[in-house]
Ligand binder design. Structure first.
Ligand SMILES: Cc1cc2nc3c(=O)[nH]c(=O)nc-3n(C[C@H](O)[C@H](O)[C@H](O)COP(=O)(O)O)c2cc1C
Length: 487
């Protein structure tokens, strides 16, 4: 599989093309020190076989943000060195930190924007990025990534909503690119040319008046020319459309752009792959072969493989899918697709991140702060003679399914075949009941349920039930279908 071909990013050779992009854990303490739980989280990704692990956003400054890792002083190097050592001792996974600067936000809803920064503030931020990457190198990381996506400072300079009117200003693309050019100059001066430095940025801001692919293609070209060693694409996650909850600080993933950034279950698979394809084609045509990855619902192994095979991207970023099951890479490599704990994009993890609680996955056994260890010897749960006794009831546009509990099961996947050969997982639940609100009258749905052990082993399918949602009584009867060829 192309997924398991190595990828050289300068002198950092990834053993495969699977990246865990940055995901805050909210496990660091108030001062931003690495604590044992943080190390365990990243060691687990290394055990699971990810090619590149991006350590969650780690700040270049001490500004208050609650449970965020810091790399703002040399005092932090030892703790980070312990983390990189443990990851390197575990497997050949590579690890880079995602280095972030963010502006101030307050409980009142006020937030600082880039136009409020003085030139001295800008100089300080430029220096802070260079020093942080230097510390990353000293701490044994294989490279570093600059966080220039979502709602944070570097991204806000790139944004079309950048309100500055000087040479860092939003009126011209060159103005918006000025800051990142200065940052990269300082980074290279402090770590040299041989240390891999990647950039994460938005391929589309997905906000009113924000930039789109037309700008991001050009930005990617500039980043390649500035000497970034990989490009990791994200989208959205902006303050501009965030919903402010009184008494809470703004969380930039609560508006439409936040939805796009961490697409829920109702989004199609790989909704941002087209952006990566266009950006990669554009920079390749200009003679730059900087590896490009993108995130967004790439956790179906067939889809992840396909975007590599068809050249849409060079490596894949899988966040929530690898949070749910850090052993995703090893299981896919061994062909154990049936053992994957499949993310259902319910976004409980995003909600935890937004409320500053320890980030875990709803699919893990209750109370766990880490993914269950991968133990293939644990038996799969199964039902008795009733095969789960699955029943379905259709009422008011909703299918209600219920079944009996399977001994040893920690969760159930509800599967639906829609008659066209495709089987969807419509829900992942911990109780023996699920609702499906997304059915259409006139269709014929086959449902079955599978019970799963904590380690991912799935039992046999339950009995199947068929549901044909009723046509609404007060709508005109459906017209007969006309074959397209008859037109
Ligand atoms: C809990 C959580 C924390 C995240 N933290 C970060 C972060 O620190 N930096 C970042 O660039 N993206 C962050 N993201 C976004 C992910 O890296 C990723 O782009 C997004 O989840 C979409 O990918 P997916 O569909 O594979 O989950 C976070 C996402 C989640 C769910």
């Amino acid at each position: 599989m192309k997924l398991f071909e190595p990828l050289a990013i300068k002198n950092m050779v990834l053993p495969n093309r699977i990246m865990v992009p940055a995901m805050v854990t909210r496990m660091a303490n108030e001062e931003g020190w690495v604590v044992p739980d943080v190390i365990d989280r990243y060691v687990r990704y290394a055990e699971g076989g990810a090619g590149l692990i991006v350590l969650e956003a780690i700040a270049v400054h001490q500004s208050k943000a609650g449970n965020l890792l810091r790399i703002c002083d040399d005092r932090y190097i030892d703790g980070l060195r312990e983390l990189t050592k443990r990851v390197h001792d575990t497997s050949d996974s590579k690890i880079v930190p995602q280095i972030i600067h963010f502006l101030k936000v307050s409980l009142s809803g006020w937030r600082q924007t880039v136009d409020m920064l003085s030139l001295a503030d800008i100089d300080r931020i430029v220096d802070q990025f260079g020093d942080a990457v230097r510390r990353a190198r000293q701490a044994g990381f294989d490279g570093a990534e600059l966080h220039s996506a979502h709602a944070y400072t570097l991204s806000s300079f790139l944004s079309r909503r950048n309100g500055r009117t000087d040479e860092y200003g939003g009126d011209s693309l060159e103005g918006r690119l000025h800051m990142i050019g200065r940052v990269m100059e300082n980074v290279r001066r402090k770590v040299g040319d041989d240390f891999p430095v990647g950039i994460r940025f938005n391929a589309d801001e997905f906000i009113l008046g924000g930039y789109t692919l037309e700008d991001s293609k050009l930005m990617a070209l500039r980043f390649a020319q500035l000497g970034f060693d990989y490009i990791s694409l994200s989208v959205g996650g902006k303050f501009e459309d965030a919903v402010h909850v009184p008494g809470h600080v703004f969380f930039p993933y609560t508006g439409y752009s936040g939805d796009r950034c961490m697409p829920n279950e109702w989004y199609p698979k790989a909704p941002h792959a087209y952006l990566a394809g266009a950006i990669k084609a554009f920079i390749n045509a200009k003679g730059y072969d900087v590896p490009v990855a993108a995130a967004g619902k790439l956790d179906d192994p067939a889809v992840a493989e396909q975007v590599l095979v068809d050249g849409t991207m060079d490596f894949v970023a899988i966040a929530r899918g690898l949070l749910a099951d850090p052993s995703w890479p090893n299981k896919v490599k061994k062909g154990e697709l049936d053992r994957i704990i499949r993310c259902d994009h319910c976004n409980v993890c995003k909600h935890l991140a937004g409320t500053h609680k320890v980030v875990n996955c709803f699919l893990w056994p209750k109370g766990s702060n880490q993914a269950p260890a991968d133990d293939p010897t644990v038996g799969a749960p199964s039902w008795g003679l009733d095969k789960g006794g699955l029943t379905a009831r259709f009422d008011n546009g909703t299918v209600e399914l219920s079944w009996s509990k399977a001994p040893g099961a920690v969760r159930y996947e509800v599967c639906r075949a829609d008659g066209d050969g495709r089987v969807h997982i419509t829900d992942a639940v911990k109780t023996a009941r699920a609702l499906d609100h997304d059915t259409l009258a006139g269709m014929r749905y086959h449902y079955y349920v599978r019970a799963y052990a904590a380690t991912g082993q799935g039992g046999p399918p339950s009995n199947t039930v068929v549901v044909e949602p009723r046509w609404p009584a007060d709508a005109p009867p459906p017209r007969p279908a006309v074959a397209a060829a008859a037109r």
